[in-house]
Design a protein around this ligand. Structure first.
Ligand SMILES: Cc1cc2nc3c(=O)[nH]c(=O)nc-3n(C[C@H](O)[C@H](O)[C@H](O)COP(=O)(O)OP(=O)(O)OC[C@H]3O[C@@H](n4cnc5c(N)ncnc54)[C@H](O)[C@@H]3O)c2cc1C
Length: 291
């Protein structure tokens, strides 16, 4: 059983929507508005057996040039809502960080100021355990509600039952994060706003603005800064050309739009090689590359 045409996109151009403005096509993308549609889609064994790719706001994903030929999922509709209850917030995976952060400000809820400056979605945050300014999404979560494709069922796991690490959150294979249940702490609106503005100002000073980029390319190794390792390993040529490292932050690159995703991947590998050669450290990619 397939979904109606409004839900299906053939050859979805990831480059058009990704923050890198680069990336191959997703051959079959299903936009899912509610749980009923999700269950209906995966009741089809043909769809269920293909490999799965869930996309959020594509701020940390690069699909290689040949594209992705499995089942692509993008959540919307019911999964774009925020429900504020007495003791928790139920936040859909498709909700964008900036929107959620601003909503918390309006409601006088503190602790979500850091999300104001991250360009992802709640689903992407929970998958990546996104964070900045010494805060991570795991610190704010009560539980994760997810759909298990194999079992065609929804489950909830408390945060203390899950293993979240630095930039590695809920990554259970063949699952789709549907909602996060988040803590509520009241705060003073003036202080919340001040913090949001401070975080934004730091970003603007230290990272490229309005560039096609993916945020940090590599994770920081324990007790080391990836940008310092990179800066001390490369020559000036890495700061020039259609894909170049940012002079503001050497763990960021900027690229011309519609540049080949494979050439970005190659550029990243070259940096990795240089750092390995100079420091004997293999940097781990933070950017998710889909083969
Ligand atoms: C300018 C810029 C600044 C950034 N700064 C930061 C920062 O300070 N801190 C930080 O941590 N990150 C940062 N990032 C990276 C990125 O914004 C985060 O990793 C964010 O959490 C990704 O969210 P997304 O919705 O864009 O995910 P996507 O890029 O769409 O997906 C990322 C991964 O999550 C998976 N995924 C997404 N949604 C779901 C779901 N519902 N269920 C299952 N899997 C899912 C995808 O399959 C993919 O593997 C930055 C990126 C940019 C472009």
């Amino acid at each position: 059983m397939t979904l109606e045409n409004k839900n299906f996109f053939s050859n979805y151009p990831s480059a058009k929507y990704s923050w890198l403005k680069s990336g191959g096509k997703i051959s079959h993308l299903y936009k899912i508005y509610n749980l009923f549609d999700l269950k209906k889609l995966f009741s089809d064994n043909h769809i269920k057996e293909k490999s799965l790719l869930v996309i959020g706001n594509l701020s940390n994903t690069l699909i290689k040039d040949k594209g992705f030929r499995g089942t692509g999922i993008k959540l919307s509709g019911d999964f774009s809502n925020v429900q504020i209850n007495n003791d928790h917030m139920l936040v859909g995976a498709a909700v964008l960080d900036n929107y959620f952060s601003k909503l918390c400000y309006k409601k006088g809820i503190s602790g979500y100021e850091f999300l104001y400056t991250i360009p992802g979605s709640i689903g992407g945050n929970i998958f990546m355990n996104a964070g900045c300014y010494n805060q991570e999404i795991k610190d704010k979560l009560i539980s994760v509600i997810y759909y298990d494709v194999n079992e065609n069922n929804v489950y909830e796991k408390k945060i203390n039952e899950l293993q979240f690490h630095y930039r590695k959150g809920f990554q259970k294979s063949n699952t789709i994060i549907l909602y996060g249940k988040f803590k509520i702490t009241s705060g003073d609106q003036k202080n919340i706003k001040k913090l949001m503005q401070e975080y934004e100002a730091i970003r603007n000073q230290t990272q490229p603005k309005k560039a096609n980029c993916c945020g940090s390319i590599f994770k920081n190794p324990i007790n080391k800064s990836a940008w310092k390792l990179i800066k001390s390993s490369i020559d000036e040529s890495f700061y020039e050309g259609p894909i170049k490292l940012s002079k503001l932050h050497s763990n960021f690159f900027e690229n011309d739009p519609n540049i080949s995703a494979n050439s970005i991947d190659l550029f990243i590998s070259k940096i990795q090689d240089r750092v390995k050669e100079k420091h004997q450290i293999l940097l781990e990619r933070e950017l998710r590359i889909v083969d």
